[in-house]
Every structure is written in structure tokens, then in C-alpha cells.
Design a protein around this ligand. Sequence first.
Ligand code: ASP
Length: 342
Amino acid sequence: MMTSRRQFLQSSLLATGALALPRTMLAGGTVSRRAAGGRVVSTWDFGVGANAAAWPVLARNGAALDAVEAGARWAESDLCNSTVGHCGYPDRDGVLTLDASIMNGDGSCGGVGAIEDIEHPVSVARAVMEKTPHVLLVAHGAQEFAISQGFAKKPLLTDEARKAWREWLKTSEYKPKMNVERTRIPGDEHNHDTLGILALDAHGKLAGACTTSGMAWKMHGRVGDSPIIGAGLYADNEIGAATASGVGEEMIRNSASFLVVELMRQGRTPREACRGAIERVVQKRPAASKNLQVCFLAINRHGEVGAYALHPGFVYAMHDATPGPHDKLIAAESIYGGGVVR
Ligand code: ASP
């Protein structure tokens, strides 16, 4: 059964008791407390579940790399929604293809693009990183490599996703939805979004991962930003880490996650750096930027967190060891919306 974001958000918040809080959505901006024992942040409301899967690794002083892989694996198989993992919507030919990457703050990284019928692309990305001389494998080659590493091949497309695709065929219009005010629309389904997850561990090391089924109804063979290091993900232990969600072509055009990290290197806070990358997207294609969503999330080596989006609606989840509710959903500011969705 497909879980809408709204339903997922409610069940996550209920599970964590966060609905008892006076405010479940906190104001955006840089979160500046230093987190002893580490911190994990993830994109969108489903980031709550990803963080919950990642946190036990950090809590036992494990590596940020293992934490982000655990979080992304949760999104790939435990979550059932239309934009990440096994319940994702297919391309315009009805084929579900998945993109993922993983990066360690020491510069090691791996990715897979347009892989089919493999449940955990993030772990295949990690295998690319650890067991090949390469960074990115795509399509059939990525699948062959995965099978050679012991990953099982299994059909992933759900009946619901197939039904949605058949419905889409009636108009065959490719129009990425912006998902503004997404978390307030009951039952609203979405045709893109990515789980991007960033962690700082107790040893002061950073890592990130992202995983997605990409843009629904994309052309067969299209690869988005998520498996491309520097576009959908970047991590550098000296500075910080960044990840992205939204229309991936914009992230690729602007090497956007790398840009966020480089802006932090120049002294900007994570929030300012994310805003700077959003401004670059607007500057490059002002007209196009009015009708599509782009979102960035960043953490620096001190554990400060920030985000920014083109349009309102982007939320991220944060989990650390500070006292109080451990699952915080934070709404990002946006260039066109001006403010924060509450
Ligand atoms: N960035 C993803 C892609 O372009 C989709 C998203 O995050 O909304 O494939």
C-alpha cells in the first residue's frame, strides 16, 4: 500500500511523540548547536524514518558512512512512496530505474545510475566505491556488477506505480510537480523527490548518501543528479557535506552540491551556502526557475545545519543526542516563497 507523505509524516510524528509538541515544524535557518555524539539530517518528511535508521549507528560511535547507508537503505525498502526505492514511479516506458550515490568525507565515493530490479542501489554504490576502480556505473552494467556482488535481481515495480503510469499515459505530459505546501495536502502524491542524508559522526567525520527513483515519467535512460558526485551529493571532512533534491538537471548544470560545500569553504554558514547555490540556479535560468523546485541541505564539520529552496515546501529532518524530541522536522526558507511553511 502506497504511503502518502502526509500519512507518513503523521505516523512518524506519532511514533516519536512529536505531535505532542506545541510546534511540529520549527523555523528554518542554520541550526547551530554542536551535536555531541554526532548528528544526522535528511531531506523531506521521510527523512524522519531514514534518520531513525541511521541514528543507532552514530549512537554506538559508528562511522558516518555506515549511518548514511543504513538511512538510505531504509528509504529504499521500508518506505513505500512514489519517489524513492521499490515503490517509485517508472519512466515513460513503464520501467522503474533507480539512482543512488554515497560519499565519504575523505573523498571516496561511488554511484549507480538508472539501475533496474535491484532493491538497494545505495549499497551497490558503496560497492562501486569500495570494490572497483570507478566512481559511477549505469544501467545494465550497474546491474551486472550488482549481481556479481551478490545482490539479488527482483522486479520492483508495484501495481500502484504501474497503475499511475497507465493513467499518466492518457496525457503523456512531462511536467514535474512543484509540491508546494506538500506536507499539508492529504493524500497528495508526488512525481519526484530524493532521500538525501548527511551525517557527522562522533569522530568528527562526515558522509552522505542519496537515493531516488528520479523524475517520474522521465525519458528511459535519463540519469538525474543523485548518483553524480558534486551534483546531488558532496562531502569533505575539512568543510562539510551537502545534498540536493528537486529537478536534477539544475543540480547537474551547476555542480550544485559541490558549490554548496565550496561556499561553506569560503566562510558561509550551511544556510547561506545553500541560499548561494539556489541564487546560482536562478541566475543561470531565471524563467525556468519559477516553475521547478530545487532544494539544498548542508551540514558543516562543526555540525551546523542549514537548508534553502527555490520555492516553499521543502522540509528536512534532524536527529541528534541533544535532550528533547529527537526527530525534528524543519522547514526551509525559499527564494520565491520568502519564508517558511509552518
Ligand atoms: N533530484 C531528483 C532527480 O532529478 C528528483 C528529486 O529529488 O526531486 O532525479
